[in-house]
Design a protein around this ligand. Structure first.
Ligand code: NA7
Length: 500
């Protein structure tokens, strides 16, 4: 028998990226459409809106990097480019009628729990109220630029890859790329052909696994998938299953991990013949320990006549270039910082206050933590989607976001039925979960002795150490024993006082 719904929860979703879109569509499909999506950017898409640097490509195959509820048959490439992914997000937002719910250029500065619900303030001073807040604020959205001595004195152009500015113009210039992660590798490959000189400053070399990242998706496959949604569903299911093998490689030290690691080493040996360059490009840690970089073009680009790899430490930026520890001055017109993000900020620096005035900085004084990626003790009726410990290194983010959103939807149903007013995860359940995470992190490849953005200041690994089956089990049905549930004294009274 269907539950009688006596009130509609009013929801604020913060962020219109992958997590926010997944949450909004999931809520809408479940019949909850009293929501607003507050997005700080000028368009939807999250990282795919903010990142527009040359060469931007997703290192997850497109047939997997898509929402389960919005399969796209006709990706033009096996690994889609940033612009195509961004167009896809805009199309999904339109197709599912989310546009009317989205408020762009609306950065949330404050979200305060008032004992019953949330008061949310936007940068322009607008105040909104909600019964539930969903923080879908993402992981990699606060660019990190190193505070290099002399940077202010530099007379050329400076840009961070996550805030690309086309007006700079890089063709015919002497370009410095600082950083050797996934972004550094992509931007080096893209900018080298038209640069007069490209110098990459790589503090730590990374293993770069070869893959034909520019390969087109077959138009025949696109036609077949478009003609048969059932076949497309099967292809998606197989992609999810196959990604489980990669998760297993990360989680357990088996022959599969060793085989992939050998392939990464072979990628370097086979493509870089010059011994001293090869040595400079050889990391002193295991492949896959940092987020694995994948590229089919990088090693060619860095070996081009107009390219140079510099591994000496940057000591200072001068008005005309970059000085390194060996005393060398590198003349530069444009400095491109591919130096990553502050990855553990999540919704901060927002002034987020939960029960009894608890701030998120206080709650996370020992690093970001959430129960099963989604609930934080002290913050009733607030859930994160792709929050702390999200599986950025293993499971499909779209799958995880949709799963979490469905989990949250169950609380929305209970609120709507008048069963609960407030729901807050317990400290004990969160501690138990975090202990399980720490233990499961032991045999992961992320824990084999490298320094990566996965590590928090407290030296914990902010990733998800469980396989997809375990994840699905954890987020299928809420366990009431793990929550403090505030029930309405009288349903009628609640119905009368509802904000909806
Ligand atoms: P990453 O992977 O965090 O890489 C940042 C790079 O910047 C990395 O090579 C860092 O070297 C380097 N870095 C950072 N600070 C400095 C300073 N001060 N001097 C020199 N070099 C520095 O960011 P990406 O944008 O490449 O990728 C982020 C994720 O996006 C990626 O993992 C995918 O999930 C998609 P380090 O290794 O710390 O020595």
């Amino acid at each position: 028998m269907a539950t009688k719904l006596i009130r509609a929860p009013k929801i604020i979703i913060i962020g219109a990226g992958v997590a926010g879109i997944a949450a909004a569509v999931t809520f809408k499909k479940a019949g909850f459409d009293d929501f607003v999506i507050l997005e700080k950017g000028a368009d939807v898409g999250g990282v795919w809106f903010w990142n527009r640097y040359p060469g931007l490509t997703c290192d997850v195959p497109s047939q997997l990097y898509q929402f389960g509820f919005a399969p796209k048959p006709d990706w033009s490439r096996v690994w889609a480019t940033g612009p195509e992914i961004q167009r896809y997000h805009a199309e999904v937002v339109d197709k599912f009628g989310l546009r009317e719910h989205v408020r762009l250029n609306s950065e949330v500065t404050d979200a305060v729990f008032d004992g019953r619900g949330w008061v949310v303030t936007v940068a322009d001073g607008t105040e909104l109220t909600a019964d539930f807040v969903i923080a879908a604020t993402g992981v990699l959205h606060h660019p990190f630029t190193p505070d290099l001595p002399g940077l202010d004195s530099f007379e050329g152009s400076v840009v961070h890859t996550a805030r690309w500015d086309d007006s700079i113009g890089t063709a015919g210039k002497r370009i410095a790329v600082v950083g050797s992660g996934s972004t550094g590798v992509q931007v080096v490959s893209a900018l080298q052909p038209d640069a007069v000189k490209l110098t990459q400053f790589a503090r730590t070399p990374q293993w770069v696994l070869w893959a034909p990242m520019g390969a087109g998706q077959s138009p025949v496959l696109a036609k077949l998938l478009a003609a048969s949604p059932e076949l497309h569903g099967r292809v998606y299911a197989v992609s999810l299953w196959a990604s489980g093998i990669l998760a297993d490689v990360a989680l357990r030290p088996t022959w599969r991990r060793r085989a992939l690691q050998r392939l990464a080493k072979l990628s370097l040996r086979a493509q870089v013949r010059n011994k001293s360059l090869r040595e400079a490009l050889t990391p002193d840690y295991q492949p896959l320990c940092k987020r694995q970089v994948i590229s089919g073009t990088y090693y060619q680009a860095i070996q081009a006549d107009n390219a140079e790899l510099v591994t000496d430490k940057i000591t200072e930026v001068t008005p005309t270039g970059i000085r390194t520890a060996d005393g060398r001055d590198h003349d530069i017109d444009v400095i491109v910082f591919a130096t990553g993000f502050h990855p553990h900020n999540y919704m901060r620096p927002m002034n987020l206050r939960g029960r009894d005035g608890l701030t998120i900085d206080e709650a996370w004084a020992k690093g970001p933590r959430a129960y099963r990626m989604t609930a934080i003790p002290g913050f009733p009726n607030l859930f994160t989607v792709l929050g702390p410990n999200s599986p950025t290194g293993s499971i499909s983010l779209q799958y995880s976001a949709e799963l979490t959103a469905r989990y949250i939807t169950q609380w929305l149903h209970r609120y709507a039925a008048g069963e609960v007013d407030t729901v807050e995860v317990t400290e004990q359940a969160t501690a138990r979960f975090n202990d399980a995470v720490a233990e499961a992190m032991g045999p992961t490849v992320w824990n084999t002795g490298c320094n990566s953005w996965y590590f928090t200041d407290q030296n914990t690994i902010d990733l998800w150490p469980f396989d997809r089956k375990t994840t699905t089990a954890m987020l299928t049905e809420p366990d009431d024993r793990d929550f403090l549930i505030g029930s309405p004294a009288r349903c009628g009274a609640v119905a009368e006082s509802t904000t909806v």
